[in-house]
Design a protein around this ligand. Structure first.
Ligand SMILES: C[S@@+](CC[C@H](N)C(=O)[O-])C[C@H]1O[C@@H](n2cnc3c(N)ncnc32)[C@H](O)[C@@H]1O
Ligand code: SF4
Length: 415
């Protein structure tokens, strides 16, 4: 009798996951001392024409990997995409539309720094098709903005916030807490100032000292762990009181305004990332793979010119995929359906059953069989919970990747 031997080493997809497009713009006016994103001081005008040409060429090289698939969301992140002119963003979005089928209701987000704000430029982004603006405000306190090395003050932040809400409506503010010498009262004042604008979405990030930043080398006087926990509790309580639901570790939204692009990362959807240093996670019927593009802007431009935008491409193995799925899914307050594990990884849930049992027994994940949802304890000790899913071999070798403060580069972007 002939027995079918399952190809257990390979994933099998009945249907491929939803697909998002991330576009990285790697320049800023000045590098902030806390920032580890792939962002570079522009020193004059960035070469926007050459860069848009390169992005569109990069997208064309990538087409075979996403052939025929609809793109549900686009996120233009950085760096500071608002440094680019509206004409450049218009050419970029027109070029994307001409090359991939964009859903008619696609969410199209652009990140903006209030220090680059001009009303006409915001209106131009909207006319180009951007329908969601993510504004890097960070704080409504001039002393903290100065301590963070920001290029704008509170007055400019307020002007940008007002214009963003008037022009786009669908707006996110990025704010950080546990700032140098910040008190609970000051953090509460920051939240109150943000809430006074009533944006549909707020991202609140705990300021962290990232390797290879100026703050890591010369640490500022940050609140200690207890003080930072008090600030976090106060910030979260104020947001909940105002009707914002924390749907992810750092993301808060009024009903119906969760960021669809970032949700796709956390639900382990597919994403193609184009631009300097951008990351991709893509699925084929029997393979899941990651790509990284050349990181330095000049190197990226040169390599795209040679038809070689990729610095690295790796297959995600059966041993790693359970951890990668959980790293994202467990950030979500509601978690994900148990069925989505097989739909998004191509493997049965059985490959992580042992680890899930341990997580449930330790009270870190709900026992409900139809969902995979972190408990309040699991959310509080998220790193420990995620680490349960690391396979023994990888446990020592893999530093837990930072899920980007909003997976700009998943792991991680702004909201
Ligand atoms: C690419 S930036 C957003 C757009 C623009 N570059 C800006 O800063 O205005 C993404 C967000 O990540 C957050 N971020 C960056 N570095 C961080 C750090 N070390 N700790 C916590 N949040 C950080 C900031 O809130 C920032 O707005
Ligand atoms: S926080 Fe934003 S503006 Fe500052 S260096 Fe990073 S990407 Fe650029």
């Amino acid at each position: 009798m002939k027995v079918d031997v399952p190809a257990i080493g390979r994933p099998r997809f009945a249907a491929l996951p939803p697909l998002s497009l991330y576009v990285h713009i790697p320049w800023c006016v000045r590098k902030c001392p806390y920032c580890d994103f792939n962002s570079h001081e522009a020193r004059g005008d960035p070469p926007e024409d050459a860069y848009v040409d390169a992005l569109l060429a990069d997208l064309e090289f990538a087409l075979p990997a996403i052939w025929g698939r609809k793109v549900a969301t686009v996120f233009i992140g950085g760096g500071t995409p608002s440094l680019f002119s509206a004409a450049a963003i218009d050419r970029l979005l027109a070029g994307i539309r001409a090359r991939v089928p964009l859903s008619p209701d696609a969410e199209i987000t652009l990140e903006a720094n209030p220090g680059t704000f001009e009303r006409d430029r915001f209106a131009g982004f909207k006319a180009a098709g951007v329908n969601r603006l993510s504004l890097g405000i960070q704080s409504f306190d001039d002393a903290h903005l100065a301590a963070l090395g920001r290029i704008h003050d509170v007055r400019e932040a307020r002007a940008a916030a007002e214009a963003a809400l008037a022009i786009f409506g669908n707006v996110n503010f990025d704010l950080m807490y546990a700032l140098p010498e910040q008190t609970v009262g000051q953090a509460r004042a920051d939240v109150a100032a943000a809430l006074a604008f009533g944006p549909p979405h707020l991202s609140f990030y705990h300021l962290t000292l990232e390797p290879n930043t100026l703050f890591h080398r010369y640490p500022p006087p940050l609140p200690d762990d207890d003080a930072a926990a008090d600030i976090e509790d106060a910030v979260h309580a104020a947001l909940a009181d105002a009707g914002y639901r924390q749907y992810e570790t750092s993301a808060f939204a009024r009903a119906g305004h969760a960021c669809r692009h970032n949700l796709n990362y956390w639900q382990f959807g597919d994403y193609l990332g184009i631009g300097a240093g951008a990351h991709s996670k893509l699925s084929l019927p029997d393979r899941v793979f990651r790509q990284v593009r050349w990181k330095q802007p000049k190197q990226y431009l040169d390599q795209v010119g040679r038809g070689l935008p990729l610095q690295e491409e790796t297959t995600v193995t059966r041993d790693d995929i359970g951890f990668e799925f959980m790293l994202n899914a467990l950030r979500l307050t509601d978690g994900v359906t148990a069925a989505s594990f097989a739909q998004r990884t191509g493997y049965p849930l059985a490959i992580v059953e042992r680890e899930l049992d341990v997580a449930v027994r330790r009270g870190l994940v709900d026992a409900h069989p139809a969902t995979i949802r972190p408990t309040a304890l699991g959310r509080r000790f998220l790193n420990d919970l995620q680490a349960l899913f690391l396979r023994d071999g990888a446990r020592d070798a893999v530093a837990v990747p930072m899920v980007r403060r909003e997976p700009a580069q998943p792991a991680g972007h702004g909201g």
